[in-house]
Design a protein around this ligand. Structure first.
Ligand SMILES: [Zn+2]
Length: 314
């Protein structure tokens, strides 16, 4: 029986695939890399497998999708195995392209810039997930998260929800009741996707909540944005003169909070900051003066000690 002293490209490839099946991806990568170097090429399955291994723990990085896409597009065979998953090249190309765009849009959404344009692009992308992948599950989620519940359709619902949340963010500053409507729509998409939508629901309630400012009497909608609830001591007599109900409410039912519009709130907190800063400066100056006095006393004591030492030596 011939004993093979040197492994050729095919041996390395087989070895790499064994390591993938065992879940030892760093050894798999090294074997596949050697297989490529010996007799592989960019059109090789090993090149795609390496690109897939490099995605691990890095699924939010758009570069790994760009790299996978480049390798998939030069791959000659139309299907291959990755561990126990049998993968078809063309559906994975579609999924990779769409996911690459998704990550770019989600990053833009997180930066809160051009939210209306981002929202429109998210909706276009959502429809492409629905139309091009539909009820098929996402291969990358299966490979890396062992999750076959994420489909083109579930991505559609998810991205539609995100797009309406982006729209809500874009208008809440100027028009909180419109923002509440967008959050309502987003909640519908999240619920169709099996989520509770409770965060949307909380925003719907906050954005559509209206009060009358305790301080200036103006009406304001959008709790946490255009008005705040501030801790206060409301005596029974004052409670009688105020209201905790409807859109005219100016205090909370517990009699421990008043509602206060953003303008009054910011003016009071700015003034409070100025006063606190003044006290801070004053106490820092006093501490520095005290430190100087103590240092002077220490220096005087040290001089006395060294005099005593000299006297005792002589
Ligand atoms: Zn006010």
């Amino acid at each position: 029986m011939a004993f093979k002293l040197f492994k050729d490209g095919n041996d390395r490839y087989e070895e790499g695939n064994e390591y993938i099946k065992r879940g030892d991806f760093s050894k798999a990568r090294s074997s596949l890399q050697k297989s490529l170097e010996k007799e592989g090429g960019a059109d090789d399955v090993a090149a795609v497998q390496i690109a897939l291994i490099d995605m691990m723990g890095n699924l939010d990085n758009p570069n790994v999708y760009a790299n996978l896409l480049k390798n998939l597009k030069s791959l000659k065979s139309s299907e291959f195995d990755f561990g126990l998953t049998h993968v078809y090249r063309d559906p994975l190309i579609t999924e990779t392209e769409l996911t690459y765009r998704k990550i770019g849009l989600m990053n833009q959404r997180a930066q809160k810039k051009d939210l209306e344009a981002v929202s429109a692009n998210l909706q276009t992308l959502a429809q492409e997930f629905q139309g091009q992948i539909g009820d098929q599950h996402l291969i990358i989620q299966e490979i890396f998260n062992n999750d076959t519940t994420v489909t083109g359709t579930s991505e559609f619902f998810n991205l539609m929800a995100v797009s309406y949340e982006a729209l809500s963010d874009s208008v809440v500053w100027a028009n909180p009741s419109q923002a509440a409507e967008y959050e309502q729509i987003a909640m519908g998409y999240r619920q169709q996707n099996g989520q509770s939508g409770s965060a949307n629901d909380a925003r719907v309630r906050a954005y559509s909540n209206t009060c009358r400012c305790w301080v200036c009497g103006r009406s304001a909608s959008g709790e946490g944005i255009h008005f705040y609830s501030a801790p206060a001591d409301i005596s029974p007599a004052l409670a009688n003169e105020s209201s905790a109900e409807g859109t005219n409410k100016n205090r909370a039912e517990d009699n421990k909070h008043i509602y206060i519009c953003r303008a009054c709130y910011s003016s009071i907190s700015n003034r409070a900051d100025e006063i606190a800063y003044g006290y801070h400066q004053k106490s820092m100056a006093e501490m520095r003066a005290m430190e100087a006095r103590i240092q002077a006393q220490i220096a005087a004591l040290e001089r006395e000690i060294s005099t005593v030492r000299m006297m005792s030596r002589s």
